[in-house]
Design a protein around this ligand. Structure first.
Ligand SMILES: [Fe+2]
Ligand SMILES: [Fe+2]
Length: 198
C-alpha cells in the first residue's frame, strides 16, 4: 500500500545537498535527523500528498527543484545555500509526528484492516508548523532573515486568517518575492508532482 519512492537515492541527494551547506551546526542537524528522527521514512501528510513512506523526503526534493526553477524563471537571486536550507528543511517539524495505524474499512462490502497515517500526537509546542520548523532548525544553525521569511510564510494565504497575518503576507510577498515563489513551489509540488496513496 505505502510504496517507498526511491528512498535510498532521495536520501543520498538530500544529504549531498545538505552537506554542501557551509554553516556551523549543519553536521549536528544531519546527525540529529539520522539518529533521533524518522525524517527519511516519514510521510508528507496523513492523506493529502505523499502520504507514503519516504513521502516527506521526496516532497522536500520536489520543492527544491520547483523553487530553483521559479527563481530562475523570474530572475530572482538567492544563494544556492539558502535555496537548499529553505527547501530541504521547511517541513522538518513533520518528523517524529506521523504514526501508522490500523483501521477497519469496508472495501467492496467486506470489512478489512488497512494502514492509515495519523497525527494524533500532541503538537509541541502548539505553534503553526512553519514556525515549529524554524524553531527546530534554529536549535542547530542560524537562518538568514530571508530564509526565515520563506519558511514562515510557506503556507501563503493558508498560513493564517487574521488581519495582521494577511497584511504582513502581502507586504512580505511584495518586498521579498522569493517568499511568494517558495509558497508557489510548495503548492506546485503538492498538487502536480505528488499524489495521494489509498
Ligand atoms: Fe509545510
Ligand atoms: Fe511543504
Amino acid at each position: 500500500m505505502y510504496k517507498p519512492e526511491a528512498m535510498e537515492e532521495n536520501k543520498k541527494v538530500f544529504l549531498d545537498l545538505l552537506k554542501s551547506v557551509d554553516r556551523k551546526g549543519i553536521d549536528s542537524l544531519i546527525d540529529y535527523l539520522e539518529t533521533k528522527t524518522d525524517f527519511y521514512t516519514a510521510p508528507a501528510s496523513t492523506k493529502y500528498h505523499n502520504n507514503c513512506i519516504g513521502g516527506l523526503l521526496a516532497h522536500t526534493l520536489n520543492v527544491y527543484e520547483s523553487f530553483k526553477k521559479l527563481l530562475d524563471m523570474r530572475g530572482i537571486e538567492l544563494s544556492e545555500e539558502s535555496v537548499i536550507v529553505i527547501a530541504l528543511l521547511h517541513d522538518i517539524c513533520k518528523c517524529n509526528y506521523y504514526v501508522l495505524e490500523q483501521r477497519n474499512r469496508k472495501i467492496n462490502g467486506k470489512w478489512e484492516q488497512v494502514d492509515v497515517w495519523s497525527n494524533t500526537k500532541t503538537v509541541s509546542p502548539p505553534l503553526p508548523h512553519s514556525y515549529r520548523s524554524i524553531r527546530m532548525i534554529q536549535s542547530f544553525l542560524r537562518l538568514t532573515p530571508q530564509e526565515e521569511l520563506c519558511i514562515y510564510y510557506h503556507m501563503g494565504p493558508y498560513g493564517g486568517e487574521d488581519y495582521e497575518y494577511r497584511g504582513l503576507l502581502q507586504k512580505v510577498n511584495t518586498d521579498y518575492p522569493e517568499t511568494l515563489l517558495f509558497y508557489t513551489a510548495d503548492l506546485l509540488s503538492t498538487y502536480l508532482d505528488e499524489q495521494t496513496y489509498e
